[in-house]
Design a protein around this ligand. Structure first.
Ligand code: HEM
Length: 513
């Protein structure tokens, strides 16, 4: 009997300390916040699938629009959502050293080389990779061109295969043709690693929303089979290149050079990758040095980080761009005119420089990333105490404690009518030379902000531009019977996803240049 009473007492004590007390965090500090529910915090409408994560966050940001920040609970985890541009700048840029961490699903022990200024995507190195991406794009487009008929397809599935081939080629130096052979090991392993449905979704969202719980239950995101696969192909590649002296201008080459202590830096003869690209923060004078020896395991982890960073983001960004081109046929026609003009200028063979000179292509992609940013939020974790001094009436000084998560609601900011007029309208002209200066700083963040921005941003923009260019040069992209416009977001996932998939038709253009 006593044992039962003690167990019940301990249970309530656990609930009190682990689930009830943390939910008093913002109330105790008199910070504006939404009233949370036990265990799920403020995530109720998302968990109950009443609203999409994006729509919900956008709605509550509107509710707190007169504040610079507000408190939120992801399950029992208190976090701070920033709305004020100046505060975003302070935390993500000026005082970055207080907020160097972020929550993600990558194992914490991966020392991502970005922290040490690894020069993977300088312009010179990208120029070398341009050829590899172009080859993948040509294979992708040829696959459909050969069918010589109107093809209805789920474009996200096709882009996932395309991205798989690009990363396999540019990172690991492996040739895959995933549209033709979707059974290739690289594609299968990638699919398995990034399949966040079923039990994996609990792991994924658990880790993103409640790292403490994930640590408690020792959640492991990627199976040993997957880690072994990436380690094996890395070791095979390294050994093959060492034996044969093979040179390929890819990320694996750079990592092997770093391992040998021979990594070269180039002065960045900058070709601006696009409006969304983050060139200002790029570590042009990199300080990468291998103080500790780089093992094959380190190389495999870095290569996997690139694969991981690009996997969902690329296919999502490309699918939403295609969606907008179908929903806005006038934009598609205008973009094709620019493509045909450029093709004419460079005698039918695109070059690195010509791709980056295409202004309208850049405007279309920038606008698509505004409306549909693949990661809908950015986060940082406080590592050193930081004080947010009061500015507005009723504000108090807030001590941000280590461990507190800080969030920028990117999707909500990109659709905030205060920053973007008629925010739900797809309007590439916002990014025209005449208009782009009216976009306020720290309101648009498709690739993140501050020193921990997306290391692959230039590469992503280059790849997106090449494949959209190639597709539109060969096909009119049209709605088919499964196409649903306007796009309705799925409530079954926190990822940005259309409820009805991304079905479109590729109609060959007969009178090509
Ligand atoms: C359209 C495509 C992409 C978008 C929209 C995107 C966006 C982002 C964003 C928003 C972040 C977080 C930045 C921050 O917290 O400030 C990020 C991080 C990152 N991205 Fe990308 N990304 C894309 C493609 C890529 C590609 C192609 C690669 C690699 C080749 C890549 C590699 C990474 C890496 C390594 C990180 C950092 C991960 C970490 O430090 O934990 N991304 N990306």
């Amino acid at each position: 009997m006593w044992i039962v009473i003690i167990l019940v007492f301990l249970f309530f004590l656990l609930v009190y300390y682990k689930f009830y007390l943390p939910l008093q965090y913002w109330r105790d500090r008199q910070i504006p916040h939404l009233t949370p529910s036990l265990i799920i915090g403020n995530l109720g409408p998302v968990i109950r699938r009443k609203e999409t994560f994006n729509a919900y966050l956008q709605k509550i940001c509107g509710k707190f629009k007169n504040f610079r920040y507000f408190g939120f609970y992801q399950f029992s985890q208190p976090c701070l959502i920033l709305l004020d541009r100046e505060l975003i700048k302070q935390i993500f840029v000026k005082h970055f050293e207080n907020f160097t961490d972020h929550y993600d699903v990558l194992p914490k022990d991966i020392d991502t080389f970005w922290k040490r200024g690894f020069p993977a995507f300088t312009s010179k190195k990208m120029k070398a990779m341009f050829q590899l991406v172009t080859e993948c794009s040509e294979r992708f487009v040829d696959y459909f061109v050969k069918q010589n008929t109107i093809i209805a397809l789920d474009i996200m599935d096709a882009f996932t295969k395309f991205n798989n081939d690009v990363i396999a080629s540019c990172t690991f130096g492996i040739h895959c043709d995933s549209l033709i052979n979707e059974n290739n090991e690289f594609y299968r392993m990638g699919k398995e690693a990034f399949d966040f449905s079923g039990l994996k979704s609990i792991k994924f969202f658990g880790n993103a929303f409640s790292p403490t719980l994930s640590r408690l239950f020792r959640v492991k995101m990627f199976s040993t089979r997957i880690s072994n696969f990436f380690l094996r192909i890395t070791k095979e590649t390294i050994s093959y290149r060492k034996q044969t002296g093979l040179y390929r201008p890819d990320v694996m080459h750079l990592l092997i050079e770093a391992q040998k202590g021979r990594l070269t830096y180039d002065d960045d003869d900058l070709v601006v990758s696009g409006y969304s690209g983050i060139d200002d923060f790029y570590p042009i004078k990199p300080n990468f040095s291998n103080k500790t020896p780089i093992t094959d395991e380190d190389i495999a982890s870095q290569a996997f980080v690139f694969f991981f960073g690009s996997y969902d983001t690329m296919s999502s960004a490309l699918s939403h761009t295609v969606y907008e081109l179908v929903a806005n046929m006038d934009v598609q026609v205008k973009l094709r005119t620019e493509i045909n003009y450029t093709l004419n200028q460079c005698n039918g063979k695109i070059t690195y420089e010509s791709i980056f000179k295409m202004k309208y292509l850049d405007m279309v992609i920038s606008e698509s990333l505004r409306l549909w940013p693949p990661p809908a939020i950015l986060n940082r974790v406080c590592v050193k105490p930081f004080v947010i001094e009061p500015i507005l009436p009723n504000e108090k000084s807030l001590l941000v404690e280590p461990g507190t998560e800080i969030i920028i609601p990117v999707y909500a900011s990109h659709r905030n009518p205060k920053y973007f007029t008629n925010p739900d309208k797809f309007d590439p002209d916002r990014f025209s030379d005449e208009n782009k200066d009216t976009i306020k700083s720290f309101t648009y963040f498709p690739f993140g902000i501050g020193p921990r921005f997306c290391i692959g941003n230039r590469f992503a923009l280059m790849t997106m531009k090449i494949i959209i260019y190639k597709l539109l040069a060969h096909f009119e992209i049209i709605p088919v019977k499964q196409t649903v416009i306007p796009l309705e977001q799925s409530k079954n996932t926190i990822m940005l996803r259309s409820k009805h998939g991304y079905w479109f038709g590729l109609k060959p253009i007969q009178d090509k240049l």
